[in-house]
Design a protein around this ligand. Structure first.
Ligand code: WAQ
Ligand code: MG
Length: 269
């Protein structure tokens, strides 16, 4: 069991602008094929082809791997993105985020959280009680990395998601990312929606209620999106949190339930 695992990380850009990124953690025998697959994905990205693609392979010691389970996944059907944003605020408040802070975060992603309304490459870290932004670089934010499903769990999750009509790779990738984020020290909740113009869904995640998809969080055609990690750093530090998110290797060897979609109206509160 001492054979190393490999982290394979791809990023692609065009004229200096980020186009696509993806990563996997695989056994030695899978490295070549994974590299080829991620490169093919970079080359066929919407808005491409890129003028710069890098694919980095790095060995990881097995004893540093932390094995975890994925959270449950639920889906809330909402009537329009305004309703979706209202629901996101309610779910964040239930998770322990102060209401005014939750509203600030939604407004921040809506106008573009980077300098000048740009979309950030990574996530905002926000104090769940005060709304203070804690990430060191407001354009890059914090990038979550070094997480994946293990070889046995991946096909199981793929077939469950596709049976639930959630076979889009964004869902699986976001669930894995949120799964890691939820185990981070000091983490209270996460808010996310995509920056892809054709993808309006997002989610709120917290440890107790898991990954709660909200099918509509922005108007179609809107290129803005992002992630906010709400934190309470009592008992930990920003440095410890960021180190976990960027560096700790997490493999998921088990998953939660995939629940049936439910309608949500503001009266349900
Ligand atoms: N670490 C931190 N933040 C990231 C990362 C990362 N590895 N990757 C992306 N982000 C931030 C960045 O600001 C992006 O602009 C933003 O998140 C959105 O990224 O269940 O597709 O890859 O239907 O566009 C969620 C819903 C989809 C899926 C999320 O995000 C579902 C999505 P995207
Ligand atoms: Mg994107």
């Amino acid at each position: 069991m001492s054979t190393p695992l490999y982290s394979v990380r791809m990023r692609a850009s065009l004229h200096g602008l980020h186009l696509a990124g993806a990563e996997r953690i695989v056994a030695e025998s899978e490295v070549s094929e994974t590299t080829a697959r991620l490169t093919a994905r970079a080359m066929s990205t919407l808005g491409g082809p890129p003028d710069d693609v890098s694919c980095r392979v790095e060995s990881l010691a097995r004893q540093t791997v932390c094995y975890e389970s994925l959270p449950d996944l639920s889906t809330c059907l909402v009537d329009g993105w305004q309703g979706g944003r209202q629901l996101a605020v309610s779910l964040l408040v239930r998770a322990g985020v102060v209401e005014a802070v939750a509203r600030t975060a939604v407004a921040l992603l809506a106008r573009g959280a980077g300098p000048g309304g740009k979309v950030m490459r990574g996530a905002v870290i926000m104090d769940a009680a005060t709304g203070e932004r804690l990430e060191a670089d407001p354009l890059r934010g914090v990038r979550v990395s070094r997480m994946d499903l293990d070889a046995e769990c991946r096909p199981r999750l793929e077939s469950l998601l596709s049976a639930a009509s959630l076979g889009h790779s964004r869902v699986l990738e976001a669930l894995v990312l949120a799964g890691k984020v939820l185990h981070a020290p000091g983490l209270v909740a996460e808010l996310c929606w995509s920056d892809a113009v054709d993808y309006t869904a997002g989610y709120v995640a917290d440890r107790k209620n898991g990954y709660q998809r909200i099918v509509d969080l922005k108007p179609t055609g809107d290129p803005r999106g992002g992630r906010v990690f709400f934190v309470d750093l009592t008992g930990t530090s920003l440095q410890e949190l960021v180190h976990y998110l960027e560096r700790q290797v997490v493999l998921f060897n088990d998953m939660g339930s995939i629940l049936l979609p439910k309608e949500w109206t503001p009266a349900d509160e």
